[in-house]
Unconditional design. Sequence first.
Lengths: 415, 389, 263
Amino acid sequence: MTDKLLPPKKKNPQLRQRVPTLPPAMRSRAALGLTAAAARGEFSLQHCEDCGAVQYPPRDACSSCLSVKLSWRETGRQGKLIAETRIHASPDPYYRERLPWRSGLVRLDAGPTVLCHLHGDVGRGDTLRMDLKLDKAGQGAMIALPVERTPDMADDPQLRSLTADPKHRRILITDIRSPMTRPLIDGLLAAGAAHVFVGQSESWRRGSDHEAIAALDKVSVVQLDVTDASSVQRLAAEIGGKTDILINTARFVRPGGVLGADTVFAREEFETNALGLMRLAQAFGPGMASRTADGVNSAVALVNLLSVHALSADPHYGAFSASQSAALSISQTLRSEFRSSGLRVINVFTGPTDDEWHQPLPPPKVPPKALAKSVLTALGEGLEDVFCGDVAKDLQERWRKDAKVLERELTGGGA
Amino acid sequence: MKRQSYEGVVVTAPVSVPYVRYSQETAHWWIARALKQLLDVAGLSPRELDGFSVSSFTLFPDTPVGLTQHLGLSPRWLDSIPMGGASGVVALRRAARAVQAGDVDVVACVAGDANRIDSFRQLLSSFSRFAMDASYPYGSGGPNASFALIADAYMAEYGATREDFGRIAVAQRANALHYPNAIMKSPLTLEQYLSARPISEPFGLFDCVMPCAGAEGFLVMREDEAQRRGLAYARIASTIERHNAFPEDPVQLRGGWVMDVDELYEMAECGPDAIDVLETYDDYPVISMMQFEDLGFCAKGEGPQFVRDRDLTIDGDFPHNTSGGQLSAGQAGAAGGYLGLVEAIRQVTGQAAGTQVAEAKTAMVSGFGMINYDRGLCSSAAIITGAGR
Amino acid sequence: MSEAISVLAAALGDGSVEVVDLTHTLDPDFPVIVLPPEFGQCARFRMEEVSAYDGRGPAWKWHNISMNEHTGTHFDAPIHWVSGRDVANGAVDEIDPAMFVGPVVVIDCSEGAASDDDFELTPEIIAAWEAEHGPIPANSWVLMRTDWSKRRGAEYLNMADDGPHSPGPTPAAIEMLLARDIRGFGTETVGTDAGQGAHYTPPYPAHYLLHGAGKFGLQCLSNLDRLPATGAMLIAPPLKIKGGTGSPLRVLALVPGKTGSGE
């Protein structure tokens, strides 16, 4: 059984903060297929299109029939641990400071033998469930997990290094007015978050659930307006050093296309949705990036809420879609800029949300609770791209299949 | 088709450049030193050498081609054997056939590697594509962890204990004390072996080789050429080589020798009993134990009992890794793949000095190399014979 | 004329005339008027650093600022409202600059506003004021003192489910002021109209009637409690924005000093 993770002690201010190091990051192009699958929470391996053989490690030709037609497919996660070791010495700086480290060989029911990280609750001879997760270097990594959930299993240090689990962490949610904020706070506290800071812009116009949120235990309401650089910087100066997870719920949305009389709403959308993310990253990012190896409550993730129309525009929300594409693009650059620290940028994509700005749209629409749950899943599972709700999932699949066909469908005239 | 014998071809001039733990010198420097010794022994000038075979991990960005200009050689036959622990035997069998066919008169076979501070980590992190993608990122135990997994599975399957592996390591240390070039110079007891700090369980410190810098070499030539130059030589009775054997095995509990061992003895027209001295590739004792089984000295799974019953020291009933092997002499990169063969040549030609096994006329050398992902892919073995003096 | 200016300069110098600042600080978190969200919104004041004696500009510090014409303490020109769209010279850049300096009277509604968030300025209150101070002079600014500027944050807009609640003038009161041919009307609240001003006929009477008559507005004023009921001079020049409907500005009042040799 996993030892329960205890809350961290107060830091000794005389000790140097541990500088982030990364596990080995170099990969072949083929192996990036594992990373892509891990980012989405899939367990995919290469399958030969000609003979069906499942391949691992990733390669460029089938080791059964030499076909070069290998495609990534969801694969059974079941396997058995056939060998294990506990590593006590490593020349690699990342692992050296995390020893001992367990790894093992798993014979997958699907065929291949996989060398992987081991959860503390699995041992040689056990049947187990294999998972693909992103490691601190942002690369897909295999970990063997117990088949059934075990108590406190997320506290296992090897598993925790692959997730952004909120337990004992301090979280900033940027906008108290977002309808998902309340369910998100409830979920984070239930998951063991140490404290939740909630940003409110424009203290002179409070939302209806302000009092209820402000009264919660372990929750503080703080001044934050993502459209105001000085406000963002002020808050970062105050709590940037203890922000372990930043969840950006601030969003400005107005219906309407691009052909209009002005760019007033578009400007608001870009100010909040795109530049807001940039301001947050500029103010909080460097501090968080320096604290990714800071023990139990190390900084771990920046979560961004995006419309799935960041991928392909919804012409009924033209300027809004554009702001979402801009935010997606910014998040990609941030991923590059945070790479050396291991700070993860998580994008949670959603379809139309069940709110005033999507009121005339037919269902399905994403309720705030579902969106909050997706964020919690992304953190707990360590995902990088999450698609919340049927619309987002469907759109993403169509986008992956053929972005041009999707564009034509969304812009009218499709089936 | 029956394989042609190596009749008329011999291996001679075993040379070792003493190893050092860390060195600022390059692979070029180490290889040059071994080559110089070889040419001096044979009485050849660099320009006269017409065959050259090289194994090294640390020549980058050069290849053996660049080495010819660097070292002033003009060979008409050049080979590069990138097979790590299997390199010595493979270099030998390639060179022997070329000499036999008359493509070349004398082949200098050399393996050498540098070992600068941190170069081992850099070598491991980019050792192979599969290692880079699928083993090195998992705890970065390097080959220690990968072979620890094999050892763990082997112990579970066949009931081997740490003591069994320890017997191999302790015997090799005893042998190394008679080999002046060995890096390890103090005795090792089984208690010390068992209580050593863990490296990657079940391995402790003395299951692991010590990376170092150094070089080894030998010459392959026609028998009449060796006689003309007054060189003590060994004949090549048989050789085998295999890569990626048994890919369907979930974990490596046997090596490629199993596929070819019958042919090895058949070609040499002898059996395991005829072997006076055995030099296995000992990156870890468990791998040597596997070779005892796979090369026919005992049945599969009987390795543990075998080492309990036999004395593996120079004076014992089963002399094994007489120069201490890599575990005690040190592992100088690809030179580790030559160490056993060079020692075996010394043994059957009566040049082994302090490590000499009495009446050693027939030696077996086995090689094993290149843990590409989860297992060693290359296996090789050779039986050589000499006058024993 | 030059004599009057020297007298003024001397009075300013000896404290017999004091300068009172009626302006709120332009602050990103200062409230602005809130309209239903489907309407375009008033931009908040924003400031971003362009350089601060650093690599972006080694010897100087400066900011880009942005806001609405009606952000913070601001001036409303006639063309701000639909009723004033055709008023001649109704944009801030066209208004006769003489209009930016002139006499001001203050009607104190602070007591009523303290007990009633929807306190109304009515003709009766104006009449009572005139009974005490004499008729409101033509071409003067009329400021409605409510002490609302002492409120902060949510209290200032005082938003409820049925909209904001803050004091303001009734249509009849504005009609009465227009009958006095005032120069303009100013308040401490976020607009010249009451928070519930939309429910009057016409809606937003101060905006509708004043601007239709070519008069000006001032809002988000502060320190009105430091002004006398009569006898002060207001200096309120908006930025010269081409076609501008209003402008943030610094509003100053010249008031008789407590010291010195003033009358």
